[in-house]
Design a protein around this ligand. Sequence first.
Ligand code: SF4
Length: 444
Amino acid sequence: MEADISPLKVCVVPFGCQMNRADASAIQELLERRGHVPVRDEDEADAVIYVTCTVRQHAEDRAFSRLGRHARRKRDGRRVILVLAGCCAEKEARGALERLPELDIVCGTRRFHLLPELLDRVRAQGGPIVAVGLDGRPGHEGGFHWRTSPFQAFVTVMRGCDNFCSYCIVPYVRGREYSRPPDEILDEVKRLADDGVKEITFLGQNVNSYGKGLEPPCDLAELLARAGEVEGIERLKFVTSHPKDLTPELADALALPKVCPYLHLPAQSGSNRILAAMNRGYTRERYLELVEMVRERAPGAALASDFIVGFPGETEEDYLRTRELVERVRFSQVFVFKYSPRRGTAAARLPDDVPAEVKKRRNNDLLALHLEIAAEDNAKLVGSTVEVLVEGPSRRDPSRLAGRAPTERIVIVDGPPELKGEIVRVRVESATALALYGRPEEEG
Ligand code: SF4
């Protein structure tokens, strides 16, 4: 019997973080290169590929529940190839088939470059196929990027994490850190710039440890400097950084002309006792030293942070230390998460002893505090001029435009729609905790 090589209609559905979206975009490109046709409607597809997230139980359950709907249709006679890819696939491996026997392929985080071939095998011989394992590296000459607009892209520069923060599943599903060679990344940056991209965000689970093991050596600061020389690139950003790997060189890079002065440096807690239990590898004092270093070397840089409230054993006093840290650093953005245990992590063995209502109160209190600070700090920017990359109509008020300042602050601009994709100087006329408002300087 001859193998079926007719094109499939494929629907790649990403869940979770930007890295998953970049992976989903690479998967789609790989499949298109093989002749398959991307479709948006899952119900129309011959193959549905979920690129999943497992950082929180909720994300995992959502993916399985949505796949469950396809499984039911399959039991009713619909012919469709079902693929579970990404973090859930890596974590569950064969277990995913027990949960959903209708799956045809379970493809882990370091195997997705094999998907075109795995689809061929399933069509020729049937499934299921389980392809997982944290050895090896996915390769794809088209690169690993996700275009969010014609002028913006996210590019994965490193993968994996060696940190083993006690609450986090990532090292178990993404494996050890490895960095892509700088020349490969810079080629991708050049291709994107030639295609109209002005702003690139470098992605990595632990992006500021980029370069570990590279020969000849290259760190993130150097990669940013080299990418800044690519013609057409106007803005460079990077997420997410770990405090223990923040170097003076990277703080200096935040002051380079093309590098946005914005650093997402998750503190997670302001209590040394909790930081130790989280296995974060730094103290509150060290974190504050790093903040000072950044503010000295890149004056005006905005700092953002993540916090987890309600980690096992977090007392009111521990929480107040976190609150004080937020008051002291005056972050431009704060992302707060209520702790929930992830099976397989060290923290999941600790009693989840902070009551849900206490987690909720701390979560809301920290956000309210941050909003108060952000309102005060944004108000100080009224009367100043900021450069804004205009992204398109504002979601809240489509008659206005929305974009971002280099500090990642949202700016609502009164201006003509043709400004979309342009970097414009905007005079700030008013501000709230969440956004700045203004109009292009030349019109003011
Ligand atoms: S640094 Fe910690 S929180 Fe971040 S991905 Fe690694 S283990 Fe998870």
